[in-house]
Structures are given as C-alpha cells and as structure tokens.
Design a protein around this ligand. Structure first.
Ligand code: PGA
Length: 254
C-alpha cells in the first residue's frame, strides 16, 4: 500500500533552506527523545547546501544534539585515496560535518580504496544491521535515483558497488570540471536499508526536477524509478520549491 509522503512547498530559495532546517531539527529532536546515537544519512549535491549553511548558522549551538549524531554515508566514489577532495566523505566534512564538529569516531564512511569491494559492502551492511538509519536526508536524481541506486535497483538491494549511469556521470561532471574527472564506479547503500529509515526528508529544487518529481509521486511504484520507493516508506517529508512542483498533479499535502 502506498503511504502518502507529506509535501511542503517553499515559496523561495531562502524559505526552502529554513524549512528544511526546521524539519530536520524537528526530526533530530524526536529521535533524541530516546537514548542512544542519532544515526543520520546526509546527501551531497547542490540541493542540500543551503540546509547545511542554515544548520551551521542557526543551529550549531545544539551540542546536546550534535554530540549524539552519527553520520552514515549514503554513497561515495570507489577507488579514490582517502584524501581525494572528490570523495563525498571529504565534501561533507568541508560543508557540514567539520563545521558541526562531528568527530571521525561518529562517522561511518566508505573506504573508497578498499582492496576488496565485496568485503567493504559487507562491512557497511553489518554496521547498518547493528543500528539502522534514524533520519535519511536524500536528494532526487534527475533519473530518479536515490543515493546511487540507479534505475533498476531492487527495493531490497544491499550495499554494493555500482557503475554510474550516464545521467549521473553528467550530473557529477559539473562538480569536478568535466566527465574525465568523475569516477565511474561508486558505493551506495541499498534501498533495502534506506527504506527502513525512521524518518526521511527528500529535498527537491528546480524546474529540471519537476518531471521526475511528478513521476516519483504518480508513476507505478517500481525499481524502474527508484525514488518511488519513498511511497513505501514511513514518515517521509518532501520539501520542494514551486519550480520543482510545477509539473505536479494535485496530491495530498500539508
Ligand atoms: P542535486 O543532486 O542536489 O545536485 O540535484 C541530487 C542527486 O542527484 O541525488
């Protein structure tokens, strides 16, 4: 059965980031009501950058919460040395984890240079099986991917090494100065673990996401469009701007 996500629409760019920060902090506070770590998945990409700036500007003083946050990597390029600036773990270190002083002992990241990728995937899965994801913050790929769960990814997929689709290679080329600089393989958590998250926040901005957001909300739920998995998940909030919602049909929203 489909579970309707809650859709929040922000009227402008700054409202989008403030709304995202408010909803994220609400989720953090709910999880914090119970003892233990707060396991949070955070995405790279251009969409969450305003959220990260907002958290650093206005919520950095919440040490009571940040000291309990454990970052869990969603995905990362494979085969790069630990100090490569393209690694998503290093990107997020620069943009959010470092500024929030999340210690390395509270970061579960991929070892991109692992000699045995299968063992590396099994290591991540074992860690996720010990303690699942509390809050997943996600972006939406223009091809409907979630993390690097590209079209065709099974909903029960585990952590694995994937080959980036042409869409993802092109999207990533923008960050690293062209296609030649984008690794072709990456690790990704599988939808099987992501779908178990207690709360999920999907960030979607821009007219270039309008068609895929409309399809995510209304196409049949299927691995052909991995983001439709969110309609099978609990406690999903989609934060969209008006441009991203411009192709959407009426849908239950608050
Ligand atoms: P974006 O990436 O935030 O840069 O649009 C989203 C994604 O591809 O998951």
């Amino acid at each position: 059965m489909d579970t309707a996500p809650t859709i929040k629409i922000a009227p402008n760019n700054s409202a989008f980031h403030i709304l995202a920060a408010d909803i994220f902090m609400g989720a953090i506070n709910r999880v914090a009501a119970q003892d233990g770590p707060i396991r949070v998945v955070l995405p790279t990409g251009s969409t969450p950058l305003g959220l990260y700036r907002e958290l650093i500007a206005n919520h950095v003083h919440r040490r009571d919460l940040w000291d309990r946050v454990h970052y869990v990597a969603l995905d990362d390029y494979a085969g790069l040395p630990p100090d490569d600036r393209r690694l998503f773990s290093n990107w997020l270190d620069r943009d959010i984890l470092g500024p929030l002083s999340i210690p390395s002992s509270h970061r579960t990241i991929f070892n991109s240079a692992a000699p045995d990728p299968s063992a590396e995937c099994a290591r991540m899965d074992a860690l996720l099986d010990q303690g699942g994801i509390d809050i997943a913050v996600l972006g939406l790929g223009t091809n409907g991917h979630i993390g690097f769960n590209e079209p065709g990814s099974a909903f029960d997929a585990h952590t694995r090494l994937i080959h980036l689709s042409v869409d993802s290679l092109e999207a990533n080329a923008a960050y690293w100065g062209g296609m030649d600089h984008v690794p072709h393989t990456a690790y990704t958590l599988g939808l099987g673990h992501i779908m178990q998250a207690r709360e999920t926040i999907l960030l979607v901005q821009g007219t270039h996401k309008a068609d895929i957001l409309q399809r995510m909300l209304h196409d049949p739920v299927s691995p052909a469009l991995p983001a439709t998995a969110l309609r099978r998940m609990r406690n999903v909030t989609i934060i969209a701007d008006r441009a991203a919602m411009s192709a959407a049909e009426p849908f239950p929203r608050t």
